[in-house]
Design a protein around this ligand. Structure first.
Ligand code: SF4
Length: 387
C-alpha cells in the first residue's frame, strides 16, 4: 500500500492527485458558509487533540446517510448480509431526509449515501440525491451494482446529479466474484457498469465518476491486474483496492491474503492484530458523522448496530447540530481522547492505521497505472500484463 505523506494529508484514503482531479468533476458550491464551517471544525479538532478535551465548533463537512440497512446479497463478513445485525431493518423516509438536508445542507460538503445495506433498495434514493444537489453538496454512493439493469435506470442515475458511484466488484469472473458476494451475479454488475458508461456518453455527462471497489481476499489476490483491465475497458475512472475488516481469527484465516500488503492485520500465529497503535484520537468525530435510516446518529460507520448511537433525529425533531454537540457525543469524544482502547469497535477500525487501508489506481492516469503494475510485477512477474 502507498504510504506517501500526500496520501495521509487528506481526509480519506484518496491520494492528493486523485482528489484534485475529482474537484474538476464533482459539482460542489464552495460557499463562504461551507468554507467557514470547515475552518471552524478543523480548528476545534486540532485544539481538542492538543488539550485532550473535546471542543466542537461547526458541524462535520462529511455526513454519511443510510438509505436502508436492507440488502439483496449475503456477504459473509457483512452484518447486514450475514444476519448478525440486530437493529430493525427499514428505509429512510424522503421527508425526513429533506428535513435533515434543510438543517445541514448549507454547511456540509459531502453526503455519502451508504452505510449498511444496498442504497438502491430505497426507491426514493435518487430523489434524495436530487434534493441534496439543490444545496450544492457533493453526493456519493456505494452499491453492489445489481439495480442499474437498463439504460433507462442508468440515465436516471446520471440525471439525478450523483457525483460519484462506487461499485463493489471483487472478482473478475462469476466464480471468484460469487465467493464473497453471495447471491450476487457478476454479469448483472458488468451490465450495470456498461449501462452507466453508455448513459454518461449519451447524456454527455462526466458524472457520476465511476469507481470499482475491490476487497482483496485470498481467493482474488491474483486478479488485481485483471480488474484494472476490466476497468479500462468499461470507462471506469478509478479502482480502489481495499483491505477487508474481519471479526474473528477464523474469518482471517479463511479470507485474508497471506502477503501483508493487502491486509490491515498482522497474524501472530494465533490472533490477527490491527496494524495500529490505536492512538487516542479519531478525526471522524469532528469531520464525519453517520445518520442511520431511522434517524439515529452513530459516530461512524463501524457502529454497525448503532450501539453507540447518540440520539434519534426524526422522532424527537432534534436538529443535527444539537445532537452533534450533545453530552453523549462529547463524552464519547472524551473517551477517545483519553482511552480509545476501552471502546470495542474502536479497536478494530481504520482510524490511525500505519498505512492507508486502500490503494487507489486512477485509470485515466497512465503514471498511476504503470506505478501500480510495476509494484505488482515485483510480486508476481508472470501474471501482470495489460491487455
Ligand atoms: S470506530 Fe474508529 S472511526 Fe469509529 S469512532 Fe472509533 S476510532 Fe473513530
Amino acid at each position: 500500500m502507498g504510504n506517501k505523506w500526500s496520501d495521509r494529508l487528506i481526509l480519506s484514503v484518496v491520494p492528493l492527485k486523485s482528489m484534485v482531479r475529482s474537484l474538476f468533476i464533482f459539482k460542489v458550491a464552495h460557499t463562504p458558509r461551507r468554507i467557514f464551517n470547515v475552518f471552524k471544525i478543523l480548528l476545534s479538532m486540532k485544539l481538542s487533540r492538543w488539550m485532550k478535551k473535546p471542543v466542537v465548533w461547526g458541524i462535520p463537512p462529511i455526513v454519511m446517510v443510510e438509505p436502508t440497512n436492507i440488502c439483496n446479497l449475503k456477504c459473509p463478513m457483512c452484518p447486514s448480509g450475514n444476519g448478525d445485525m440486530a437493529r430493525p431493518r427499514g428505509r429512510l423516509d424522503l421527508q425526513n431526509f429533506k428535513k435533515l438536508m434543510d438543517d445541514i445542507g448549507p454547511y456540509v460538503y459531502q453526503i455519502q449515501f451508504w452505510n449498511q445495506g444496498e442504497p438502491f433498495l430505497n426507491k426514493q434514493f435518487l430523489d434524495m440525491v436530487r434534493y441534496a444537489k439543490h444545496y450544492g453538496v457533493m453526493t456519493q454512493t456505494s452499491t453492489n451494482g445489481h439495480f442499474i439493469r437498463t439504460l433507462d435506470e442508468a440515465k436516471a442515475v446520471v440525471q439525478s446529479g450523483l457525483d460519484q458511484i462506487i461499485f463493489s466488484l471483487d472478482g473478475t469472473n462469476p466464480e471468484t466474484y460469487a465467493k464473497y458476494r453471495v447471491g450476487g451475479d457478476f454479469n448483472v454488475v458488468m451490465k450495470g457498469l456498461e449501462n452507466l458508461a453508455q448513459a454518461k456518453r449519451e447524456l454527455k455527462s462526466k458524472r457520476p465518476l465511476i469507481e470499482l471497489q475491490f476487497l482483496v481476499f485470498k481467493h482474488n489476490r491474483d486478479e488485481l491486474a485483471e480488474i484494472v483491465n476490466i476497468a479500462r475497458k468499461n470507462q471506469v475512472e478509478r479502482v480502489a483496492f481495499k483491505t477487508a475488516q474481519i471479526y474473528s481469527a477464523e474469518q482471517g484465516l479463511e479470507y485474508l491474503p497471506q502477503d501483508t500488503d493487502f491486509t490491515r492485520y498482522e497474524f501472530d500465529g494465533k490472533e490477527f492484530k490491527l496494524k495500529s497503535e490505536l492512538p487516542n484520537f479519531c478525526k471522524r468525530l469532528w469531520l464525519n458523522s453517520t445518520v442511520n435510516w431511522d434517524g439515529s446518529v452513530s459516530p461512524c460507520c463501524f457502529d454497525k448496530d448503532a450501539d453507540y448511537a447518540m440520539e434519534f433525529l426524526f422522532e424527537k425533531k432534534v436538529p443535527f447540530k444539537t445532537v452533534f454537540k450533545n453530552e453523549k457525543y462529547m463524552a464519547f469524544r472524551r473517551q477517545i481522547l483519553t482511552d480509545r482502547k476501552s471502546i470495542e469497535m474502536c479497536r478494530n477500525c481504520t482510524e490511525g492505521l500505519k498505512e492507508p487501508y486502500a490503494r487507489i489506481v486512477e485509470i485515466q492516469d497512465k503514471i498511476s497505472i504503470e506505478h501500480f503494475l510495476n509494484e505488482m510485477r515485483q510480486k508476481e512477474p508472470t501474471k501482470v500484463e495489460l491487455k
